[in-house]
Design a protein around this ligand. Structure first.
Ligand code: ZN
Length: 292
């Protein structure tokens, strides 16, 4: 447990909190499922099957959770989500569902915000389950007034994927945003707004980035696929999807302990029912997730 926890307490399953001047809301996009073995990498099934529900086809249920950051002046969307442009084959294979309010624009409106009011749309990396909802069923940008941001390396991978990357990117997720002159890219690190930055780390993908919000009341971070669910906080729990597992290890051993030490509020994109909480460490140096 961090000695002192800055910022608000978060109750288990909470979907909204306030950090400094920022209202933070866990929105809803899709629910879906991915192969359990791929989600847990080298961790044996006997260990991970105790942690999560497992479907009969060996997939594990996941969410895609975009986040709204609203300080009254700016309305920032982090990670738009998977969206609606999916055919029958993928819908069945990945169990994609938009039931029970799982649709980004519906969820955004329930939080009191119209798509036109989004000022920034931040994309940690450009995998299809992370940015598909930035364009609607008509294939056009959903947030017409938003500056969209992604790492340059991710833009390149999405537009020109090689054999290794082809299954993870769809050019049509990004092309309409570029054509509408809405996309900005960065290398290394960029400050989107005062106190809000994207830090390119790599490992899971070429340029996957951490989004960090710094306020007078403490820090928050959006972890994307660096820590996809509350079951992936333990340092060796690296997904088999990661392109460079050695770099993922480096990234995770640097940033997860820092977030635990400083009591950051952590936003987890793929967790089914715990979208926000803190990282804690026990006496054996095992890192876990706590909805505190
Ligand atoms: Zn990914």
């Amino acid at each position: 447990m961090p000695k002192e926890i800055a910022g608000p307490e978060v109750t288990p399953g909470a979907r909204e909190t306030q950090l400094g001047e920022w209202r933070i809301v866990a929105l809803k996009d899709a629910s879906f499922a991915l192969d359990g073995g791929a989600m847990f990498g080298v961790v044996p099934r006997v260990m991970w099957e105790r942690l999560t529900k497992v479907n009969s086809d060996h997939t594990v249920p996941l969410a895609t959770t975009p986040y709204l950051l609203d300080n009254g002046t700016y309305r920032v969307l982090i990670e738009p989500g998977m969206g609606l442009r999916w055919g029958e084959k993928q819908t069945a294979m990945f169990h994609i569902s938009h039931d029970e309010g799982h649709e980004l624009v519906t969820s955004l409106r329930a939080a009191g915000v119209e798509p036109e009011e989004i000022t920034h749309c931040l994309m940690s990396h450009c995998h299809w389950d992370h940015i598909g909802a930035a364009c609607g069923a008509d294939g056009l940008p959903v947030f017409p007034k938003a500056q969209h941001w992604c790492p340059q390396s991710e833009r390149d991978a999405a537009l020109h994927p090689d054999h290794l990357r082809r299954a993870s990117y769809r050019k049509e997720d990004l092309q309409p945003i570029i054509e509408a002159n809405l996309l900005q890219t960065f290398e290394g690190e960029t400050e989107i707004l005062p106190g809000l930055k994207m830090v390119e780390l790599g490992g899971h993908s070429d340029g996957i980035s951490l989004v960090i919000l710094e306020t007078a009341e403490g820090k928050a971070a959006f972890w994307a696929d660096i820590v996809p669910t509350s079951n992936h906080v333990h340092l060796p729990f690296i997904m088999a999807y990661d392109m460079n597992a050695a770099l993922s290890w480096e990234v995770r051993t640097k940033w997860i302990p820092l977030a635990a030490e400083e009591g950051w509020l952590n936003l987890l994109y793929h967790d089914l029912d715990q979208p926000m909480g803190r990282f804690v460490v026990d006496a054996k140096k095992r890192y876990t997730f706590a909805a505190i």
